[in-house]
Design a protein around this ligand. Sequence first.
Ligand SMILES: C[S@@+](CC[C@H](N)C(=O)[O-])C[C@H]1O[C@@H](n2cnc3c(N)ncnc32)[C@H](O)[C@@H]1O
Length: 229
Amino acid sequence: MHSFARRLHGEVKETTDKPTKGLLLNGGWRYDLSGWVMDTFSFRGQWRELRRRTIALARLRPDEQVLDVGCGTGTLALEVARRVGGTGRVTGIDPSAEQIARARSKAARRHLSIDFQMGVIEQIPFPEQTFDVVFSTLMMHHLPAPLKRQGLAEIARVLKPGGRLVIADFTRKQDRQGRAARHHAGGSSIDDLTALVQDAGFIQIASEEMHPLRFSAFPGAGFVTAHKG
Ligand SMILES: C[S@@+](CC[C@H](N)C(=O)[O-])C[C@H]1O[C@@H](n2cnc3c(N)ncnc32)[C@H](O)[C@@H]1O
């Protein structure tokens, strides 16, 4: 990125990306811009609706400790921070230095205190039983199958007993080549996601699907909610 653009957006890449077996995404403000364009003109607002539904499913309470794994540029975490208020705490982790820098600058501009850190689902950088709620939004399709299992075990570790997990992910399996494959490893069916969550020992599992609207290029998504036993 140009140094002028970096200054304009208050984004300075502080450290190198965290190594991961997942598909890391970069882009910072360009990710947000392209996401807005795609959502507005191709998805008919269904990406925004997906975020809204994800947050609603968590039934957040004002004082809760919340983690967003694979937070990207932090858009969901910003919304969550408004819900849990000053007594709650919101944390976001992502392996991409550029996404975390962008998330921090967005939070600073909105005067929201959110702890955005570089981190990976392979080893979530928090002690066990830290969080009431963990979100994973459009991130599972970035992970190879064994890492999905490892990541869910890590999420269970950092959740408090009775804590809630909310996953939103694409449901259409997309086998892609070349550049596209670097951004999208392919979604999984809602049944596969549910089975993974069950295998990780979660209880009270529920799921629902979000189908594409007419004339929308949105690929279809699913939500899985669960509790740590
Ligand atoms: C499609 S983006 C979704 C970002 C954000 N949750 C959203 O809804 O806009 C997927 C994110 O997962 C991150 N990611 C990839 N591998 C990861 C890993 N091992 N641990 C945590 N996040 C990872 C990517 O860097 C990327 O920011």
